[in-house]
Design a protein around this ligand. Structure first.
Ligand code: ATP
Ligand code: MG
Length: 333
């Protein structure tokens, strides 16, 4: 089996976008690939975090991952900070990259301008070196495939550049990874501003379906979702982004095509559409939430994360030794 790695930043509560865009796919991949999934808490702290909230988000995301169907027997699901080698390899890769290439990363440009505006010109250095740590996460395990959204593609390309550079200079130590961007990759939009992506770090709670929202909350949020005044159910993301987004949510959950959905709603109005979407969401989320509650209150999750960390540490130690030897980072060999 080829290796695949994916991560999630515990920077907020998990959203429907995270589930449909990333986790559901990861669950589907775990039979086909040797899957590594890490909770990227070292990446989370590139932006200031409250320690209690970070801890809570980490625990919640871990339990939710398993509740969504990641199987600890099949996949290696661990905390990034439990494998110290990530930071060490990240440092080494910092020394192999240039200020110029890191400055060209669009995530750095976006996030640094945001933090700069919020906090008096303060740009955390970690935001700048985020991509080299991400490269370390990927190269550590010889991952062949990295499933990412368009937003992360540039980082995977930098990872490739760094891997090729190091291999050329010091002999082959890294497998060259590839970004895996599915052609039917969906993007769930904000319910109040359907031209922008639904994001867990967004501040408008009404605009986001969280994985742990109660049925009543889901109904209210969907009811209040922005549509348009046409009252015509048609898939037209450009002119009718709100309606299109609701249709995308429904068709993805129900595994049907847009055409089938349009037929289903022929002659119906937005109230019918919203009732159907809310019902489909509740139907999907209720069993996940139930399983989540069991897991959150048991000690199982922590044990699974610890076991996975031991396995990841073993792999990481081997890779780091190889890299350190290649670079002459040893006294006598
Ligand atoms: P943040 O606001 O902190 O960036 P986020 O919601 O964008 O949070 P990430 O941790 O950046 O979440 O991404 C986790 C995974 O979820 C990635 O694979 C990303 O492509 C996917 N993802 C995030 N938001 C959406 C969305 N609205 N629709 C589909 N996929 C999404
Ligand atoms: Mg994001």
């Amino acid at each position: 089996k080829e290796k695949m790695i994916t991560g999630i930043t515990p920077s907020g509560e998990m959203t429907l976008g995270n589930y449909l865009g990333a986790i559901k796919r990861a669950v589907e991949f775990q039979d086909e690939y040797e899957l590594y999934v890490f909770i990227a808490n070292l990446h989370a702290i590139t932006i200031p975090q409250d320690k209690e909230i970070l801890r809570k988000n980490t625990k919640e995301i871990a339990a939710l991952y398993f509740a969504c169907g990641l199987d600890p027997q099949k996949s290696t699901v661990f905390l990034q900070s439990d494998v110290l080698e990530h930071a060490q390899l990240g440092w080494i890769l910092n020394t192999q990259s240039s200020i110029g290439e890191l400055s060209r990363m669009t995530q750095f440009k976006d996030k640094s301008s945001k933090t700069k505006a919020q906090s008096k010109d303060y740009i955390p250095a970690g935001l700048f070196t985020y991509p080299t740590l991400m490269a370390a996460d990927i190269l550590m395990y010889d991952a062949k495939f990295v499933p990412v959204g368009i937003d992360q593609k540039q980082h995977v390309e930098l990872t490739r550049d760094l891997a090729i550079r190091v291999n050329n200079k010091y002999g082959t130590v890294f497998q060259i990874p590839e970004p895996l961007i599915s052609k039917d990759k969906i993007k769930i939009m904000d319910l109040q501003d359907p031209t922008k992506k639904m994001s867990k770090s967004s501040t408008n709670q009404k605009a986001i379906i969280y994985m742990l929202d109660e049925p009543k909350v889901i109904e209210a949020k969907i009811k209040a979702a922005i549509t348009d005044s046409e009252n015509l159910i048609k898939y037209d993301p450009k002119n009718k982004p709100g309606v299109a987004n609701l249709m995308t949510i429904y068709t993805t959950l129900k595994k049907i095509t847009i055409k089938e959905a349009e037929k289903h709603w022929q002659g119906k109005n937005y109230k019918d559409l919203k009732d159907d979407v809310a019902a489909a969401l509740i139907e999907t989320l209720a069993p996940i939430q139930q399983r989540y509650k069991q897991l959150y209150n048991s000690s199982e999750v922590e044990q699974w994360l610890k076991d996975a960390a031991i396995k990841a540490q073993y792999e990481a130690r081997k890779k780091l030794n190889k890299v350190q030897n290649a670079l002459g980072l040893n006294y006598n060999r």
